[in-house]
Write a protein that binds this ligand. Structure first.
Ligand SMILES: Cc1ncc(COP(=O)(O)O)c(C=O)c1O
Length: 400
């Protein structure tokens, strides 16, 4: 059966508006479409394909597990899930892991756990969740409401309650909002979708101190920053602040859907049998692939390589900017990089994305005015240079 981009409009719910071309094959940081046109991939499936496309370690893990055991549900446990959980707990603050299928589900579990922990320990009334403007935590109704972009949560009737927002990096505003009624603060340790915005170090430390003061849990949403993307396994490891609960997804599976909520043994106790669950959470295929990703990413070589690639990206983007003057800021950490368009091009990030695709390079946006780069953590230098050369051509065409 022949399908084309036109088929999408005939058979799919129109909540997405995908690009004109239909990719059919990927290898490393290159992708090919139905017509055989080749692209350099700086989007990485929205910060997911941390080892590029079809990495042999992942293909082997998937093939091997695919010939052994596909699915059990949580009526039974399985070896890949336990091995992955052991590796995650050995490498982080966490002592317990809950597996989900996506970032939103990992965050949903984190929020439900925080509410249950507060109810068990402090009784009714300690249920306030404070989160940040421009934050993004997923699209379930709870997570999208905790997210700080009302446009995404409005238009679906009554929202879950007890949720407040303050500006990111504004400690005084957070302090004014918090009290003994605060059950948790949820934040990204670098806002991705909201525009690639780093937290001030003092702010993050202050958030931790306020959570301690008011007996509230600190939840780090590391769905986008997680798993090597900022140059450490998780971003918190470079911030000098440890959360109580951490959500991971995206790069965790390198392209196979998986999410995980990490926490301490004492907090985990509050999700007793039957309180929460998922048919597919901890699926053997997903966990086997994630374990293979873990083994490659959690090495000095790959993590140091992220920092080297960050330098290369930022240097080359600055050189492009010297020639065209289109960015007012180039920022981010590791391979979560944002280039904010200057005032003249405000609101035009999507035009640059489309122009890039026409020249054979896939980039992302983060809001209306920021171009976002989230490539494979092991993208070869030659691909970075080639992709940015193509992007410069796109810029030249667009701005003259
Ligand atoms: C920080 C953050 N949290 C949560 C999510 C939602 O993850 P998913 O789309 O896997 O549900 C995203 C997705 O972009 C994200 O960037």
């Amino acid at each position: 059966m022949k399908v084309t981009r036109a088929t999408f409009n005939d058979v799919m719910v129109p909540n997405y508006n995908p690009a004109k071309m239909v990719p059919v094959k990927g290898e490393g940081s290159r992708v090919w479409d139905q017509d055989g046109t080749e692209y350099v991939d700086f989007a990485g499936g929205i910060a997911v394909n941390c080892l590029g496309h079809c990495h042999p370690a992942m293909v082997n893990a998937l093939t091997e597990q695919g010939n052994k055991l596909w699915h059990l549900s949580n009526v039974f446990t399985n070896e890949p899930a336990m091995r992955l959980a052991k590796k995650l707990t050995d490498a982080t603050f966490a002592e317990r892991v809950y597996f989900a299928n996506s970032g939103a589900e990992a965050n949903e579990a984190a929020l439900k756990l925080a509410r249950r922990w507060a109810l068990d320990n402090h009784g009714a009334g300690k249920d306030q969740i404070v989160a940040f403007a421009k934050g993004f935590h997923g699209r379930t109704f709870f997570t999208v409401t905790v997210g700080g972009q009302p446009a995404y949560s409005e238009g679906f009737g009554p929202k879950p309650g007890g949720i407040e927002h303050v500006e990111y990096n504004d400690l005084a505003a957070l302090e004014a909002q918090m009290s003994e009624k605060t059950c948790a603060v949820m934040m990204e340790p670098l806002q991705g979708e909201g525009g690639v915005i780093s937290p001030d170090l003092e702010f993050v430390k202050g958030v931790r101190a306020l959570c301690d003061k008011y007996n509230a849990l600190l939840i780090f949403d590391e769905v986008q920053t997680g798993f090597g993307r900022t140059g450490s396994l998780y971003a918190y490891q470079q911030l000098g602040v440890t959360p109580d609960i951490l959500a991971s997804a995206k790069s965790l599976g390198g392209g196979f859907p998986i999410g995980a909520m990490l926490t301490t043994a004492a907090i985990a106790e509050h999700l007793k049998p039957g309180t929460h669950g998922s048919t597919y959470g901890g699926n053997p295929l997903a966990c086997a692939v994630a374990e293979a990703v873990f083994d490659v990413v959690n090495t000095d070589e790959v993590l140091a390589g992220v920092k080297a690639r960050e330098e290369l990206f930022k240097t080359k983007l600055a050189e492009i900017n010297e020639r065209y003057g289109i960015f007012k800021d180039i920022r981010g950490k590791g391979l979560l990089i944002g280039a904010e368009l200057s005032d003249k091009y405000e609101g035009k990030a999507r035009d640059f994305l489309n122009a890039g695709a026409d020249e054979g390079v896939m980039v992302l946006v983060a809001g209306p005015s920021v171009i976002r780069f989230t490539p494979s953590l092991i993208i070869p230098e030659a691909d970075v240079l080639e992709g940015l050369a193509r992007f410069e051509k796109a810029i030249a065409k667009l701005v003259g």
